[in-house]
Design a protein around this ligand. Structure first.
Ligand SMILES: C[S@@+](CC[C@H](N)C(=O)[O-])C[C@H]1O[C@@H](n2cnc3c(N)ncnc32)[C@H](O)[C@@H]1O
Length: 286
């Protein structure tokens, strides 16, 4: 499996760790720099269902989800959700979720974030309108996540949001279109834009979701590179506090508004912040 996914000839010896002809790996793949010990193939055994479910005990989000019918979730997500979202609980956040389906997660987020939270779900299926409950702070609108005009109307009506969750089509071009339409105008400063189910990018052509030559994870890596744009071909001298006062850098807009990109298994989260340009100060005794 390791070989076919990443195009490695063999994880065991340095000489063999070359990308296979025709593989998806870059030449040379960054993976080829990992040590043979870290690439050695291992058995990875599943615990029993009981043992896995027991791990959800004490996880607020996971316990709530198990009490709500009409959903399916990767069970490892609940730790990630807690890590990303627990600081918003009880603070009346505005949450946009792309992908309503049977309405299970709308109810989950409402109960999880609590009284005063506003949960907005969007979907292409007309029948999802049956989950629209404005008096409970749950709103549903119908449209496609790759339609920037529709997304703009959602931001105008309800936004900006503290949290955006993309659990929609899982088509890479759609994930990117939604990020482009929503990250700037649709997410509050201090908010989080999260995309889940990124495993779908790795399922190959069968599902039609990997519709671009890049995965969404490649796209997120590019955002990380752009976070670091100020440093390209520079050194400390350009960032010394004594020299930066009144001066300016020229950077892509995204560099100024993302200050963290967090990767989990199949999830990536972008933190919307107004960054200051990087500055270095030396405090030496002599
Ligand atoms: C995985 S389900 C959502 C599950 C839901 N978030 C939950 O956890 O209960 C994905 C949903 O995305 C919707 N969807 C598919 N393509 C879409 C698109 N282009 N725009 C918006 N929603 C879309 C599907 O109709 C489906 O209901």
């Amino acid at each position: 499996m390791l070989k076919s996914l990443f195009g490695l000839k063999d994880a065991g010896s340095k000489a063999d760790r070359r990308p296979e002809e025709g593989s998806i790996a870059l030449e040379p793949s960054p993976i080829s720099y990992l040590s043979p010990a870290l690439l050695a193939l291992e058995e990875w055994k599943w615990p029993t269902p009981g043992e896995i479910r027991a791990q959800l005990l004490g996880n607020n989000c996971g316990e709530l989800w198990r009490s709500i019918p009409n959903g399916h979730k990767w069970l490892n997500y609940f730790d990630y959700y807690e890590s990303l979202f627990s600081s918003f609980r009880g603070k009346k956040p505005k949450v946009l979720e792309i992908g309503v389906d049977r309405g299970g997660s709308l109810v989950l987020w409402k109960r999880y974030f609590g009284i005063g939270s506003q949960i907005v779900g969007i979907d292409i299926k007309q029948d999802c309108l049956s989950f629209d409950r404005p008096s409970d702070g749950i709103h549903v609108r119908i449209g496609s996540q790759d339609d920037p005009v529709f997304l703009e109307s959602i931001v105008d009506e309800f936004g900006p949001f503290d949290i955006v969750i993309d659990d929609g089509s899982h088509i890479v071009s759609h994930q990117i279109a939604s990020f482009n339409a929503l990250f700037d105008r649709g997410v509050k400063v201090g908010g989080i834009y999260m995309v889940e189910d990124l495993e779908t990018s790795y399922w190959g052509q069968r599902t039609g979701q990997a519709d671009l030559p890049v995965t969404f994870i490649d796209f997120a890596r590019a955002v990380i590179d752009l976070m670091h744009k100020p440093y390209v071909d520079q050194d400390y001298g350009a960032f010394l506090i004594e020299q930066t006062s009144g001066a300016a850098l020229e950077v892509p807009y995204i560099t100024k508004i993302v200050d963290q990109v967090r990767f989990f298994d199949s999830i990536v989260a972008f933190y919307r912040r107004d960054r200051l340009p990087p500055v270095v100060e030396h405090l030496f005794n002599t």
